[in-house]
Design a protein around this ligand. Structure first.
Ligand code: NAD
Length: 484
């Protein structure tokens, strides 16, 4: 199979915060990979803009070192790396003041797609948007890309939307949720809407329940002070898990176009029932022999912030009434894995008798570590001994199915940045979607605060607090094992 790389038009991409952690780890190495693959045109330019006073050459050295550190394999292509660095520029810009903006304007070329990536703290979004207009750097075709977190509740998200909307229209604003850039997430839509096989079964008549798990083995790391004001609900559920839930649950859009898809996702969020307190479990990781506790990590001995959350959700619409959606996410868990599992109902009658056991079809969609899908089907166990049934996986792991081409599957960030240049907003969150998601999560978080809810401790390397297991046991179901 030959992979097709369709080059994008020439562009000037300004990365505010170009010297920051996210730019060095994800954005710049990702752009290099797109360049090396031939997708980024020779005329494309990347302009770092940050507070540090450094020359263009110093920034190029920083970019080179970032690629070498975070993608050593790609960095071996030194010929392309040198050519890529010629496409990289730097201007010191003070987002809060007037310094550097004119110099930035002088670097930008007319008649070229302009994109501005706000890889800075959200408190700077409004002021950068305003200065882009004041210094006449962005016309009605320019795009801005904003990072998470997009607000910390409905009120702050609304204020953020309002401050951006004063200078840019919705069609120019690209709110990144990198989960949407993952190959498997897009494949989920291809599988659902490109095949006759699944969609007729995709409803409460045939689906028993759905599980969404995003498990991490790491703790809060160096993000402790931020994380402790956020917690798993704000950091993971309100954005990534809810986006996954929307894509699984939405009605088929009439076409694969940004507003058609986002309209359907929004309808799902609006149909979500409020979550009853007994349908949600919060947890906080304890110390192990090798690692510190959550409270030690965030240096807050009285922290009540959750590093784990599990919940049972219901969608009140024609398609899903009666099919629960279970979601869980947490840090310091048993394995690093992200999976959506669609668990189908039992066959209505077993012609093989009770001894054949109960077998269920499960469609497992894995986002990491190895992206792919597996459909569990029941077959006869080979050999003599009567009609014994076993479950076998129909494995669609992309790395195996696509061979060497799978290695060229772009990482989520680079794919999304190319979509910004193309002007395609399908995989970005619309302002009303983000607000609707906060409107659903706010009462849950406020409930915890009002009740002085204390998260349950759980062991590092476990599957979370026992109460999370009970959440499903009470319904006669069980979580899938957390494994890589
Ligand atoms: P960082 O602190 O490492 O970098 C911040 C960048 O902003 C630096 O380049 C700094 O020079 C620049 N900056 C700060 N104040 C400025 C000013 N007044 N004028 C001009 N530039 C200024 O932060 P980061 O980790 O790269 O995160 C950037 C954004 O991305 C944040 O909104 C963060 O929440 C979000 N984000 C980060 C990650 C990650 O993995 N690092 C993941 C998801 C989202």
């Amino acid at each position: 199979m030959v992979s097709r790389v369709i080059p994008v038009d020439s562009f000037d991409l300004v990365i505010f915060g170009g010297t920051g952690d996210l730019a060095r780890r994800k954005i710049l190495p990702g752009l290099f990979r797109r360049y090396a693959s031939g997708q980024m045109p020779d005329e494309g330019r990347i302009i770092g803009a940050a507070r540090s006073d450094m020359t263009c050459d110093e920034f190029r050295t920083m970019v080179k070192e970032a690629v070498e550190e975070f993608d050593p394999k790609s960095a071996k292509d030194t010929e392309n790396l040198e050519k890529f660095l010629e496409r990289v520029f730097y201007v010191a810009v003070d987002a809060m003041g007037d310094g550097g903006w004119k110099e930035l304007g002088d670097l930008l070329r007319p008649d070229m797609i302009r994109a501005f990536y706000f890889s800075v703290a959200p408190s700077l979004f409004g002021t950068i948007a305003e200065r882009l207009k004041t210094f006449d750097l962005a016309d009605d075709d320019a795009r801005i890309v904003v990072e998470k977190p997009f607000g910390k509740d409905l009120e702050t998200a609304r204020a953020l939307n309002k401050s951006l909307a004063e200078h840019f229209h919705e069609g120019q604003i690209y709110r990144i949720d990198h989960y949407l850039g993952k190959e498997t997430v897009q494949n989920l839509m291809a599988v659902r809407f490109g095949n006759m096989l699944f969609e007729p079964l995709w409803n409460s008549q045939y689906v028993d329940h759905i599980q969404i798990t995003v498990a991490e083995t790491v703790g809060v790391g160096g993000r402790g002070s931020y994380y402790d004001t956020s917690g798993a609900m704000r950091d993971m559920v309100q954005n990534h898990l809810m986006q996954l839930l929307c894509l699984i649950a939405m009605e088929p859009p009439a076409k694969f176009d940004p507003d058609a898809v986002r309209d359907e996702k929004l309808k799902v969020i609006r149909a979500l029932d409020p979550v009853e307190p007994h349908h949600i479990v919060r947890g906080q990781y304890s110390a192990s022999e090798k690692s510190a506790s959550y409270r030690e990590d965030v240096e807050n001995p009285r922290s009540f912030t959750e590093s784990f959350v599990a919940m049972r959700c219901e969608i009140s619409n024609w398609r899903w009434a009666g099919t629960p959606f279970y979601m869980r996410t947490g840090k310091r868990l048993k394995a690093r894995t992200s999976e959506i599992a669609v668990v189908f109902k039992d066959a209505p009658h077993s012609i093989f008798g009770a001894e054949a056991g109960v077998h269920r079809n499960v469609l497992s969609i894995r986002l990491q570590p190895n992206e792919g899908m597996t459909l569990g089907v029941t077959i006869k166990e080979p050999g003599p001994g009567g009609m014994r049934l076993v479950d076998v996986p129909l494995d669609m792991t992309f790395a195996e199915a696509l061979g060497p081409d799978a290695e060229e599957v772009p990482d989520a960030y680079e794919r999304l940045i190319m979509d910004v240049i193309r002007g395609n907003q399908t995989l970005f969150m619309r302002g009303d979607e983000v607000e609707a998601a906060w409107a659903w999560t706010d009462p849950i978080i406020n409930g915890w605060t009002n009740r002085n809810d204390v998260p349950k401790p759980y062991d590092t390397g476990s599957a979370g607090p026992d109460d999370a297991l009970m959440l499903m046991h009470r319904d006669g179901r069980r979580w899938r094992e957390i494994k890589e």
